[in-house]
Design a protein around this ligand. Structure first.
Ligand SMILES: O=C(O)CCC(=O)C(=O)O
Ligand SMILES: [Fe+2]
Length: 365
């Protein structure tokens, strides 16, 4: 069985915890293409063309983690982060968890603990999120945002390893795209170096399961595009959805019948590009909309954990389109902002939309 094999490679994780019950067969899914990490890293031209084609159309794909040592390490780190989240979130009191604050002033979702809807005794009822920034391990540390003591020292290495392997994988994908875009070597990859200061981060999300018979329909994660360059997502229970390729997408609105489930595949990451890549290419590369709702069918009562390794451009990168015969020209009189400024403005936009929808805010103030 593939899940068992994938977890054996990851370090003998308990199948029942990670895959409590199979993904249902009777819900509409989307068959994303599978890309081989080993082929990407070995410069395979056919794989490069497939990847470019996906990134200029649907924008989402499965990436095989088990066919290359770096991928296996990343899969292992993601499984360790899953287990870390499962244990630490429940062992730690809400007061303690809330001590890990997002950055002051700006609500950039790259550091701190956030919770939406808690029971009266403080237990999270719905969604809790931990963001740990790259700056704790690589580049310049940001003062005042130290990793809190409820994330013990001995676990720091898992975050560090995930960031480091995630960066290798993201850069391998970006190197392919840069070449296919006929840009000079390094044009995009040099904006994504591990030791440069950037908004890269690890995110662990825990969506509470909905007990059988409960009428509550908690919100999940509303439709959005990622304020990142590359998002590498690991998930073991269903919940993620993207629209069918020919769906009409207006802003953040998609017809209910156009959403499709993305089935979690053991040993694979689900990868998508974020808005930074759309900006760098005048939307030739797609930043695709997605959302998370409650797990389907029998998976519904189970908690769903997911882990994201997020890569963003180095803080001083200018957020404007590159020049290349492949990239459409777009006239704009606006002065480009830096990646750091851009991250802040995108995230405050997300926040404003959430408030406008009347959604309960993810909070830690
Ligand atoms: O939990 C997931 O599967 C996806 C979450 C997500 O899209 C995000 O954090 O940007
Ligand atoms: Fe996302």
């Amino acid at each position: 069985m593939k899940a068992a094999e994938a977890l054996r490679i990851a370090g003998n994780f308990n199948l029942h915890d990670f895959y409590p019950t199979p993904f249902p067969e009777d819900v509409p899914t989307i068959d994303l293409e599978k890309i081989s990490l080993s082929r990407v890293l070995n410069g395979d031209q056919i794989e490069a063309e497939r990847l470019f084609n996906i990134c200029t159309t649907i924008g989402f794909f499965y990436l095989d983690m088990l066919d290359h040592p770096t991928g296996r390490q990343l899969w292992q780190s993601a499984c360790n982060l899953h287990r870390f989240g499962q244990q630490r979130f429940s062992l730690t009191s809400i007061e303690q968890k809330l001590q890990y604050k997002p950055l002051e002033g700006v609500r950039v979702f790259d550091r701190g603990y956030l919770v939406r809807n808690a029971y009266q005794d403080g237990r999270p009822a719905d969604l809790e999120i931990l963001n740990v920034p790259q700056s704790e391990f690589f580049g310049t540390k940001i003062e005042g945002g130290e990793i809190p003591t409820w994330i013990p020292e001995e676990d720091h290495n898992i975050f560090k390893q995930a960031l480091s392997c995630g960066n290798t994988v993201a850069r391998a994908l970006l190197a392919v795209l840069e070449k296919q875009l006929q840009l000079s070597p390094g044009a995009i990859t040099n904006l994504h170096r591990l030791n440069d200061d950037s908004g890269d981060f690890i995110r662990i999300l825990r969506y509470s399961g909905v007990p059988d018979g409960s009428r509550e329909v908690p919100e999940g994660f509303p439709p959005h595009r990622d304020a990142m360059s590359v998002a590498i997502l690991f998930t073991w229970v269903g919940g993620l959805q993207i629209p069918v390729p020919d769906a009409q997408v207006e802003g953040f609105s998609v017809k209910d019948e156009d959403w499709r489930w993305v089935r979690p595949e053991p040993g694979y990451a689900i990868v998508n590009l974020g808005d930074a890549m759309a900006i760098f290419t005048n939307t030739l590369l797609k930043s695709s909309i997605h959302r998370v709702i409650k797990a389907p069918g029998r998976q519904r009562p189970h908690d769903r954990l997911s882990v994201i390794v997020a890569t963003r451009p180095e803080n001083n990168s200018l957020m404007k389109a590159f020049e290349s015969p492949m990239i459409p020209v777009c006239q704009s009189n606006e002065l480009p902002v830096t990646s750091l400024e851009w991250g802040h403005s995108v995230v405050s936009g997300i926040q404003r939309r959430a408030v406008a929808r009347g959604a309960r805010d993810l909070d830690n103030t």
